[in-house]
Write a new protein. Structure first.
Ligand SMILES: [Mn+2]
Ligand SMILES: [Mn+2]
Ligand SMILES: [Zn+2]
Ligand SMILES: [Zn+2]
Lengths: 137, 137
DNA sequence: TTCGAGAATGATAATCATTCTCATTTTATG
DNA sequence: CATAAAATGAGAATGATTATCATTCTCGAA
């Protein structure tokens, strides 16, 4: 437990995550990995937790409260629509400079960050506009 | 449902949230509100959901996967330690400029954002340092 | 090489935040 | 007042996550 190297399961989970282009839930990760190797659901959760505390894996929560995991190398962020739930990726991470600055001015060691914008996508904004107009006729 | 004004329950939930200095979970909010008024747990969840979609309430997830809610006026962010779980508040929101810029360059309407840094607080960093040293003796 | 302690694992049960159901109450409106 | 729609609360159902526990693996000491 105090060892500094990864267990076989942790390595497998990390490698699987690194192959993905999108964040995955623990459940999907489990389903995916089961197709290629023998692994238990609990081990997937345990590995994700360990990797998270090692700073190798980052997480974000969906609107439904499910956790999505991704390798820290994939520093991606999204704008998520509160109406339809769709997530739209940002071009690039806008926090590089800010994180560096924070590192300098505080004794906290930053491994990674989560950043997400919430609001309305264009179609949903138009749709809701139409609804409120039809109400005020 | 399509009405643009808040229901009594939504108003009560929002006012209670606005009085808090820290984000609250739906459960704590329910416990707190029960002391002063009659309200159901489901209504608390429904109100939070509605307020979220109205852009009046924002949310973030704890490491344990519980959602915390706060009024959008309270634009606060934290650095959370992956070892002890403690959250340390940031002095100010470093995203004002970035959010304005994003609003301009995209058709997405932003209501609010979540931002959180994860890593090790100083005590935990020292503690883990001590452990890894004692291991390599 | 063999042994034993501790770590890792997988199957399964338990937990618990959140959502769903539905009967009842409140609100809006003529 | 009468009626329909919306809101509400109590409790059941859901489902992601965590806890248990018996088994298997790791690895240093003898
Ligand atoms: Mn980033
Ligand atoms: Mn902010
Ligand atoms: Zn949308
Ligand atoms: Zn800490």
């Amino acid at each position: 437990m105090l060892s500094t190297h990864c267990t076989p399961a942790q390595t497998a989970v990390l490698q699987t995550l690194q192959r993905q282009h999108r964040p995955l839930s623990a459940q999907s990760l489990y389903t995916l990995m089961c197709q290629h190797q023998r692994i238990g659901l609990a081990t997937v959760y345990r590995s994700l937790d360990a990797l998270k505390r090692l700073g190798r894996v980052q997480h974000r929560a969906t609107l439904e409260g499910e956790m999505l995991y991704s390798a820290v190398e994939a520093d991606h962020h999204y704008m998520t629509c509160l109406h339809c739930g769709q997530s739209f990726p940002l071009d690039r991470c806008p926090l590089k400079a800010i994180e560096a600055q924070l590192q300098g001015s505080s004794s906290f060691t930053i491994y990674y960050h989560t950043l997400e914008f919430f609001g309305l996508c264009e179609p949903c904004a138009i749709q809701m506009d139409g609804i409120s107009q039809s109400l005020s006729l």
